[in-house]
Write a protein that binds this ligand. Structure first.
Ligand code: 5CA
Ligand code: ZN
Length: 417
């Protein structure tokens, strides 16, 4: 499907000879991410489009966008793919509960998501792939697994669904910190069905669900049905990026079961690693609870923007938190970001400032060391406060803030409000 409009990224003079490192959840260590030269390949787990972009989603995608920008600044090209879970249980449940057509619900929410990503200046993926448009790819991957007897059909006469055999993949729980018993519990909480009779292993994930009355379904060699969740990302990522790509990214709620399950299916099918590094962002909450569609405690990007909040202030709220931390949104976060944005813009439009080169070098160093955006913001704060006589500094630091952090001068639309 169509992604969203491109976002211009200025080139920033100078270079830093340091690898980009991020924290890999599987090894629990900082790891180099992306090659030294050439092309970096990135997959981000996309939205399930049944509720507009909340600040939790925005935090995850802005964090991933910083990695994208840091790679570009390091001279790499970036091949970026993202899925959209445009058919799955929660979407269908919401459509039924609200009496709307599931496709119309998804289409409307995907449009809102695109608008929000543009407002937040998130660089678009080259491939934004919906599950519905990728059905053949998903079925083909399940067929490869079937030839290897890594999937099986349940002996349920009503609904002989297909499952992936997790015992075929080694190290399923590596890096999750979970015992098998704990994993079963988390699996049940996040869409899994550990207790279903007839499964070979309680953690086996559904890969193809036979058609139920009143559910969308498609013909395939596996019977009429629809894909399970994890296998969709295995198939879409492999198709868009190939095996052994650089980074698989998403929120921390995907540490288990989604990412290990997606990786396991892909590994068994291809004999290669899925991704080299698994990056996970912290969870954003409101009033002490994780912000989630099911809890309904959401702050929407589109709502804030409609209320006249500058999207760059929203982006600064998000960047003020390191991508690996869990945090709670409060209104005072927004006022602090608005004050910071005003101070930066004043400094960027001043006739002169303190020398810019050391600022750019420090920004690069902070961001290449595990995407330390809070330090990056502090570096620009300090520069903006210090003042100086260097006439090229304001435009140099402004271009670095734009290229690396995605914080740009007001757009015509925002300025005219
Ligand atoms: N479609 C699947 C991924 S294949 C999915 O998890 N969709 S989602 O709409 O629920 O979430 C989209 C992205 O936002 C995921 O990466 C998820 O981990 C992240 N996310 C969801 N809630 C939060 C939150 N409260 N804080 C931070 N990130 C979140
Ligand atoms: Zn995914």
């Amino acid at each position: 499907m169509r992604a969203w409009s491109p976002v211009a990224v200025p080139a920033v003079p100078g270079a830093l000879d340091a690898p980009v490192r991020v924290f890999d959840s599987v090894t629990s260590h900082l790891q180099p991410a992306g090659p030294a030269t050439g092309e970096a390949r990135l997959y981000a787990c996309g939205i399930t489009p049944y509720d507009a972009t909340h600040l939790g989603h925005a935090f995850t995608y802005v964090s991933i966008d910083v990695l994208h920008r840091v790679w570009l600044d390091a001279g790499l090209s970036v091949q970026f793919a993202q899925n959209v879970t445009d058919v799955d249980d929660p979407l269908l449940e919401r459509a039924t509960a609200t009496g709307v057509n599931w496709q119309a619900l998804a289409a409307g929410q995907i449009d809102l998501f695109r608008d929000d990503m543009v407002a937040l200046r998130v660089l678009p993926p080259q491939r934004l792939v919906g599950v519905v448009e990728a059905l053949d790819t998903v079925v083909d991957l399940i067929e490869v697994l079937r030839q290897q007897q890594a999937v099986y059909q349940l002996a349920d006469p009503a609904y002989p669904d297909w499952y992936f055999s997790v015992t075929r993949a080694s190290n399923l729980l590596e890096g999750t910190g979970l015992s098998v018993a704990e994993a079963e519990q988390v699996f049940a909480e996040r869409g899994g069905d550990p207790g279903r009779p007839g499964k070979r292993h309680q953690l086996d994930p559904l890969v193809w669900r036979q058609a139920r009355p009143d559910e969308p379904s498609w013909e395939s060699g596996l019977g009429r049905g629809r894909p399970g969740w994890h296998i969709e990302c295995s198939a879409i990522a492999l198709q868009a990026l190939g095996e052994d790509f650089d980074v698989q990214a998403g929120g921390r709620d995907l540490i288990f079961p989604h990412h290990p399950m997606s990786a396991a299916g892909a590994r068994v099918a291809t004999g290669h690693r899925f991704a080299k590094v698994f990056l996970h962002t912290g969870m954003v909450g409101l009033n002490g609870e994780k912000m989630s569609k099911s809890l309904g405690n959401l702050v929407f990007v589109s709502r804030l923007v409609a209320d006249g909040v500058d999207p760059m202030a929203i982006r600064l709220v998000l960047l003020a938190h390191h991508y690996r931390t869990d945090w709670q949104y409060t209104a005072s976060e927004l006022s602090a970001a608005q004050a910071r944005l005003a101070a930066w813009r004043a400094a960027f439009s001043a006739p002169a400032g303190a020398p810019g080169e050391p600022v750019v070098a420090a920004l690069r160093a902070a961001l290449r060391a595990d995407l330390d955006s809070p330090s990056a913001l502090a570096i620009i704060d300090e520069w903006a406060l210090s003042g100086g006589a260097d006439p090229v500094a304001p435009s140099l630091v402004a271009s670095a803030a734009d290229a690396l952090l995605g914080i740009a001068a007001p757009s015509a639309a925002v300025a005219s409000r």
